[in-house]
Design a protein around this ligand. Structure first.
Ligand code: ZN
Ligand code: ZN
Length: 413
């Protein structure tokens, strides 16, 4: 077996054991691009080896998606098929674990009318909202792992040949997900332990607000009452421990949908719906974006913000030290799964109900009263840097340093 083949095997094992934590006699749904067929077969073989009852693959082919997005009648793009919703919801309802193999071309839809993209995204967002609830409420175990295909790899390593770019991207992925270590499963247990300490510290503090200062950023983010910080592994409704993202370096919680004030500037490009938004600034008043601009992709940003009311408000606040393995790699990945783990970030759109006590059982009205944001979108954007300072404001109104120059200013016990 070549080293690469050996690493792929380890990566598949890691995704099943520490990612979705597959249990005997359950089902497994894999969302994957056709380029990842070899890898998906390795995962499938292992899953059956672990006693799974069924593996279902939802294949996607970017070129086919592109053709549809470019050519299909708008009415088709606006009508997400019910049979597909039923199938996905059916599997989630039956307790399937959901593993997404992810590595899209960040420029796939360049040149496609953003209006068509936003209508299609809106239609799928609405149609799949209860399916997404299974994931965002941790009713099932789910995980996302990356797989480098040519267009993505070439975006990260534009100076290399396609073959070399893919090889280099794999090298980064194996390193950052700890697959290159002797025992990645054990390495992840240790890593989860570190993140557990950070989130327990913040859970105990129950800061009322976070204050962000960096060049182009002066922002206050209120946190909802009884917020819960998550990070690293989490537990499903049935008590199965899993890691929703691989890699993951963040601890994150819930901003108050009406409690955000000031201006924030992005520090990395945001790839949204096949288009890049770069060097953008958002200004918030009472939690809502009231002004925005972008050096490029402003039209795409506008469509993102106009998806619905909740798209103009925040649904996640995440802390990531600037010295994380992803940022140490020195690369911009043009892929949220990687870039979000290199940088403190915020998300526009839907909040994770698990980030507040009792969030999973709140009615829409209760959510709103509590400051829990709801939307058909959830888009992380990066705003961390080596110049970012963050203070936590206690309930008594005292300020305590949390981050200085992009690094934790706190020692965890
Ligand atoms: Zn995040
Ligand atoms: Zn997020």
């Amino acid at each position: 077996m070549t080293t690469h083949q050996h690493n792929l095997e380890k990566y598949a094992t890691l995704a099943l054991k520490k990612g979705v934590n597959l249990q005997r006699e359950q089902g497994l749904l894999i969302n994957a691009p056709v380029e990842a067929a070899d890898f998906v077969r390795i995962i499938t073989a292992k899953a059956y080896g672990m006693g799974v009852k069924n593996v279902h693959i939802e294949w996607n082919d970017e070129m086919v998606s592109y053709m549809k997005m470019k050519n299909a009648p708008l009415s088709v793009l606006e009508d997400f098929p019910k049979w597909k919703v039923d199938a996905l919801e059916g599997m989630a309802k039956d307790g399937y674990s959901i593993l997404t193999v992810y590595g899209p071309n960040p420029d796939l839809l360049k040149g496609v009318n953003p209006e068509r993209i936003s209508k299609a995204t809106k239609a799928s967002g609405e149609a799949l909202s209860s399916y997404r609830d299974y994931l965002m409420n941790d009713k099932v175990t789910w995980s996302i792992v990356a797989y480098p295909q040519e267009a993505w790899a070439k975006k990260v390593f534009p100076e290399e040949s396609a073959e070399k770019a893919i090889e280099k991207l794999w090298e980064q992925i194996f390193k950052i997900t700890r697959v290159d270590q002797d025992d990645p499963v054990e390495a992840w247990e240790k890593h989860n332990e570190t993140l557990r300490k950070a989130r327990e510290f913040l859970n105990q503090k129950q800061y009322k607000r976070l204050h962000y200062k960096a060049p182009g950023t002066d922002l206050t983010v209120g946190l909802v009452e009884d917020h819960i910080w998550h990070g690293g592994s989490t537990k499903s409704e049935k008590g199965v421990e899993f890691n929703p993202n691989m890699p993951t370096e963040e601890v994150f919680t819930m901003p108050h949908k009406y409690g955000v004030q000031g201006t924030v500037s992005s520090t990395k490009p945001l790839s949204y719906g096949g288009n890049l938004i770069e060097n953008f600034t958002l200004t918030f008043e009472n939690g809502k974006v009231v002004d925005y601009s972008a050096e490029s992709g402003e039209e795409t940003l506008k469509h993102l913000l106009q998806s619905d009311d909740g798209a103009k408000r925040l649904g996640e606040v995440a802390l990531v030290p600037n010295e994380s393995p992803v940022s140490k790699s020195g690369h911009i990945f043009f892929n949220t799964l990687y870039d979000e783990n290199a940088s403190c970030h915020l998300a526009l759109g839907k909040a994770y109900p698990t980030n507040v006590k009792g969030g999973s059982t709140m009615s829409k009205e209760q959510m709103d009263q509590h400051g829990v944001n709801d939307s058909i979108v959830h888009e992380d954007f990066m705003m961390g840097s080596a110049e970012l300072d963050i203070d936590g404001e206690t309930k008594e109104g005292e300020f305590e340093p949390i981050f200085r120059k992009g690094q934790w200013a706190v020692e965890f016990e």
